[in-house]
Design a protein around this ligand. Structure first.
Ligand SMILES: Nc1ncnc2c1ncn2[C@@H]1O[C@H](COP(=O)(O)OP(=O)(O)OP(=O)(O)O)[C@@H](O)[C@H]1O
Length: 258
């Protein structure tokens, strides 16, 4: 992050324990506007837990999470979402029985600050539905608009998560292995969509990812977690070749193992 830029998301000394195990250990890191940071590390390194602490699914035992300089450590996930954090799975989990179209429409509605007010919703129903359908077209899900979210095959559910993030239009976008479980031909669709979101430099994008080709395509910066510690942070090529990362990945071939 450029020195003169104020961080959008920052963690200071962030720590959480599960029993005697410290899953995220004193992690301090700042994420600026207009960058996509890949958070990598071996299985069990603490990546998803770190995400959960940032988005508010988990509460830290120590340390702070700041969003645009405001301490949000004690705020629950929905309050963080209202302040600009977007992590789509929260919504897909909430509305599995609603149709694909309705899931995206609710996200459009939330973005416009309409909440769940039934009257204003009815009055603007067509407009909201049109917008939802435009987003579904972008992610290639328009043909599935009437299907229940829970009935979609895995790859399409991941696309729906991205559609919801696009519709929510948050300042911070968090993707946890967005291409996991997708077939080879579906992966480029998702990468393309994330690239498109990156083009708008007002965003701060965080990505937990194992696949090296995905990281190579998307990341401006790599942060490495290992045993809950932040062990490396910087330019992708530099970080992947650093001794500490080579060590963290059992000695060799880090580029192929991530
Ligand atoms: N709710 C929980 N209760 C107990 N232990 C947990 C919990 N969540 C995570 N852990 C433990 O914390 C550690 C970090 O897990 P986490 O899922 O954050 O790792 P990760 O880097 O995302 O791994 P992966 O790449 O396999 O998804 C692991 O040892 C995990 O077993």
């Amino acid at each position: 992050m450029a020195n003169d830029q104020k961080p959008v998301v920052e963690t200071r000394g962030l720590t959480i324990r599960f029993g005697g195990h410290i899953a995220v250990n004193n992690v301090s890191c700042a994420f600026g506007q207009g960058t996509l940071t890949a958070i990598v590390g071996p299985n069990g390194a603490g990546k998803t837990t770190y995400f959960n602490l940032i988005s508010g699914q988990l509460r830290a035992h120590a340390g702070q999470v700041l969003l645009n300089g405001e301490d949000v450590t004690r705020l629950p996930a929905p309050a963080r979402t209202r302040r600009g954090m977007g992590r789509a799975f929260q919504l897909t989990n909430l509305f599995p029985n609603l149709s694909v179209r309705e899931n995206v429409r609710l996200a459009v509605q939330a973005r416009k600050g309409l909440g769940f007010d039934l009257l204003s919703m009815a009055a603007r129903h067509t407009e909201l539905t049109d917008e939802a359908e435009q987003v579904l077209e972008r992610v290639g899900l328009l043909a599935r608009a009437d299907a229940a979210a829970a009935s979609l095959p895995h790859g399409d559910q991941r696309k729906l998560e991205v559609a919801i993030l696009i519709a929510l239009d948050r300042q911070v976008l968090m993707f946890d292995e967005p291409t996991a479980g997708m077939s080879m031909d579906e992966v480029p669709v998702i990468l393309d969509l994330i690239q498109q979101m990156k083009v708008d430099a007002s965003r701060t994008i965080l990505l937990v990812e194992h696949k090296m080709d995905v990281i190579r395509t998307l990341a401006d910066r790599i942060v490495v977690l290992h045993h809950g510690y932040l062990v490396a942070d910087g330019d992708p090529a530099e970080v992947m070749n650093s001794p500490i990362v080579q060590e963290a990945y059992l000695g060799t071939g880090v580029a192929d193992r991530v």
